[in-house]
Design a protein around this ligand. Structure first.
Ligand code: AMP
Length: 220
């Protein structure tokens, strides 16, 4: 049976990292709406020009645009074994739309983390300017976080802070999450295919918890 999986969680909860790991483990595509939008901005496409200011502000792109984008991506032929969806749905309207797009069961997992830990983690998060991969750099108490770092371990590209990981924007993104996430979680919470894991545990433990939960919710 296909594994149709949605990971929900605040920015910086490790959702992106876990999505990649779970997608690899099950051999299914990882679909990150944030990655799709950032790539569009980087490439200067019409979509990128349309969403650039919203991404920089830490606000949300409109439901209609996001739903069209996800509907198109989920209709691609590479998803017969399923997918890991990361960053969508962000609103109840998007969750309702997703129910009309995906054949059940849809497994939804919340990766939870407290705000203070998120702000700390995002201060250490960098994205590769060449390949777009996200990774953490080590904490240096002497540094203000903007010092040059080693190159990307995967492609040798330059690691930079994501524009929307600036502390001020992180606070705005957390406020956006606080405003929209609770109703989305409430929308899914009573379903037998919903589960939650503690995102504050070490990343490998979170992956193991997630895999165990997936096996219970959608035995394969
Ligand atoms: P992310 O990488 O998931 O944190 O997304 C980065 C930014 O892309 C967000 O702060 C939003 O501006 C935008 N974005 C990504 N996914 C969505 C979505 N499902 N609905 C609205 N905006 C989104």
């Amino acid at each position: 049976m296909a594994l149709n999986l949605v990971l929900i969680g605040p920015p910086g909860s490790g959702k992106g990292t876990q999505s990649v790991r779970i997608a690899e483990k099950y051999g299914i595509p990882h679909i990150s709406t944030g990655d799709i939008l950032r790539a569009a901005v980087r490439d200067g496409t019409p979509l990128g020009q349309q969403v650039e200011a919203t991404l920089a502000s830490g606000g949300l792109v409109g439901d209609a645009l996001m739903t069209d984008l996800v509907r198109a991506r989920l209709s691609a032929p590479d998803l017969r074994q399923g997918f890991v969806l990361d960053g969508f749905p962000r609103t109840v309207a998007q969750a309702q739309a997703l129910d009309t797009i995906v054949t059940p069961p849809l497994v939804v997992v919340l990766i939870d983390a407290a705000d203070e830990e998120i702000v700390r983690r995002m201060g250490l998060r960098r994205i590769c300017a060449s390949c777009g991969l996200t990774q953490a750099v080590s904490a240096d108490p002497e540094s203000n976080g903007d010092e040059p770092h080693d190159p990307c371990p995967y492609c040798g590209g330059l690691l930079v802070r994501r524009q929307d990981d600036e502390p001020e924007t992180v606070r705005r993104r957390l406020a956006t999450y606080a405003q929209y996430a609770e109703p989305v979680i409430a929308y899914y919470r009573d379903r037998p295919t919903f589960g939650a894991v503690d995102g504050l545990r070490p990343a490998s433990e979170v992956t193991a918890l997630l895999a165990a939960l997936i096996e219970r919710r959608a035995p394969r």
